[in-house]
Design a protein around this ligand. Structure first.
Ligand code: NG1
Length: 521
């Protein structure tokens, strides 16, 4: 698998029916046609040569552990970011023009190429989140990687259906789509792994100390499969079939409609969590092995003396963390002074090592809660993955043959339990939930979900719930009646359809070529 992860090329498709589920194909054809028409009116006398497409994702399990180096299990959505692109044939033209079909919200922008460094400075100021920065970051990442100093002029029109700030990875889908568009416009044919790694680096330019789950899921996902992603020792993405039981399982995404702008809140939320896990890794590495570890996976590797992660390793570390931080004051986090004492570093060394690359702000740094969550959540991912693999082995064709698991109920409940534990841990140990998400999770469980949890970074955004496919409609009605109607009584039918929907594992990023044929079925 490591081999295939390394060398798979980006899909180049000439029919959108290869991308979307059969029921969606007509609507998506209409969408692509509208995109092409709008392109022609935004850029008179031009037509797009290709469309780059990268999907959002829903993370089924494994929250806030990608940047600690542990495996995660997301799947791609059908919702995506399309960029229709025409490339200038004037060799002197190096201008990039970008516009969005939602021009009210996302204003057009354009810039002249004046050297790679000038495309975008790393954006670390709190409160800065501008849509065209994501474009600039992906664009810069590709030019830097390819060493291009005379890039092609580009005309781009963006159409996104991934809700922003919802934990469904709209930003990564955008950056991946830009990276694809820029590489193709400049005649480069990169592999999935290259595009993924460039997109991860690019998104860091936007101010997020990001893990890598979203970009990998967007690029590597395969229709009908979730994706088991391992990051260390190197990126490895393996498609996984979800258990095929009867009635089939389904995932429903419900948006709390609390918008979480990760870039804006990064210093007190996302980037701070990354640093807290790194501080814990440093402390545990020193304490257990006398070595400086950069992430918690390295601590696990030193303990197990291999890069493979096993249940027993994680159980040991989870237990160790309980004892190591057992004093009440350590449970409540460490002030900077306490941290200096614990780590045997001066405050300025702590600043230089941990707090200077991406700014973070905190009164107390929670090493116990964050490291405990990471080890336990990594364990839940292993178990979830094992259930999927075991179910795949026990199925003959689509028939469930595991005798003591009638209708796959046991499998279903085991997956749901892991999702529920994940939410509890995100809420109590990782402090990345919020009242609305907790309320939504409760309503989803009351409405028949066997498991429900926040998905993505949290602090708002969406939940993902596991139910049986035949329960989708009554489940959705229950959530509408109990969450949306009381809290958001004025939502239109379309807004409700956007807020809560069932989803299947979608396909990963692609370039759509031969546009006339591709969208006219
Ligand atoms: P969202 O906020 O859902 O895009 C973020 C990170 C992921 C991962 C999750 C938490 C980015 C681009 N994405 O996802 O890498 O850490 O939070 O599991 O920063």
């Amino acid at each position: 698998m490591a081999h295939s992860t390394n060398y798979v090329p980006i899909l180049s498709l000439s029919s959108i029916s290869e991308i979307y589920p059969p029921l969606d194909v007509n609507a998506q054809s209409d969408r692509c046609r509208a995109l092409i028409e709008t392109f022609r009116s935004v850029y008179p006398n031009r037509s797009p040569k290709f469309i780059s497409r990268a999907p959002g994702r829903v993370n089924l399990i494994g929250e806030h552990i990608d940047y600690a180096g542990f495996g995660v299990l997301p799947m791609a959505l059908s919702r995506d970011i399309l960029i229709a692109v025409d490339v200038s044939d004037d060799d002197e033209d190096r201008r990039v023009r970008i516009a969005n079909v939602n021009g009210e919200k996302y204003k057009p922008s354009s810039w002249e190429f004046e050297g790679k460094e000038k495309i975008v400075e790393i954006i670390v100021e709190e409160g800065v989140s501008v849509w065209c920065n994501y474009f600039r970051c992906g664009y810069k990442g590709i030019l830097q990687y390819l060493g291009i100093d005379n890039p092609k002029g580009m005309y781009c029109l963006v159409d996104g259906t991934v809700p922003s700030g919802a934990g469904l990875s709209s930003s990564s889908a955008f950056v991946c789509s830009v990276a694809l568009a820029t590489s193709l416009a400049n005649n480069a044919n990169l592999t999935k792994k290259q595009i993924t790694e460039i997109s991860i680096e690019s998104e860091r330019l936007c101010g997020m100390n990001t893990g890598g789950m979203d970009q990998t899921a967007s690029i590597f996902s395969q229709k009908g499969h979730a994706l088991y992603i391992q990051f260390l020792p190197s990126l490895n993405a393996t498609p996984v079939r979800l258990p095929s039981i009867d009635p089939p399982i389904a995932f429903v995404i419900a948006n709390s409609l609390v918008t979480a702008d990760k870039v804006v809140t990064a210093p007190i939320h996302y980037n701070l969590r990354v640093i807290e896990t790194k501080l814990a890794a440093y402390d545990l590495g020193k304490t257990l092995f006398g070595k400086e570890c950069e992430n918690l996976k390295q601590v696990c590797d030193l303990h197990s003396e291999t890069s493979e992660v096993k249940v027993s390793h994680l159980e040991f570390l989870s237990e160790f963390v309980e004892n190591h931080y057992s004093e009440p004051n350590k449970r409540e986090g460490h002030s900077l002074d306490e941290l200096a004492e614990l780590l045997n570093l001066s405050k300025s060394e702590i600043h230089a090592k941990f707090l200077s690359k991406f700014p973070v702000r905190a009164e107390r740094f929670h090493l116990y809660k964050r490291s405990k969550h990471v080890f336990d959540e990594a364990l839940r991912v292993l178990r979830f993955h094992e259930i999927c693999l075991a179910s795949e082995k026990s199925n003959v064709g689509d028939r469930e043959v595991k005798e003591n698991d009638v209708g796959g109920q046991e499998t279903f409940e085991n997956l749901g339990r892991l999702m529920n534990q994940s939410h509890e841990s995100c809420k109590k140990l990782f402090d990345c939930s919020c009242d609305e998400l907790d309320k939504l999770v409760r309503i989803c469980l009351d409405g028949g979900a066997v498991g429900s949890r926040l998905t993505g970074a949290g602090w708002g955004g969406c939940t993902v719930s596991l139910i049986r496919e035949d329960q989708i409609e009554p489940f959705i009605q229950h959530v509408i009646a109990n969450y949306y109607k009381p809290l958001f009584p004025h939502l239109t039918k379309k807004q409700l359809n956007d807020a809560i929907f069932a989803t299947r594992p979608g396909s990963g990023a692609a370039i759509i070529v031969g546009l006339e044929g591709a969208v006219v079925q």
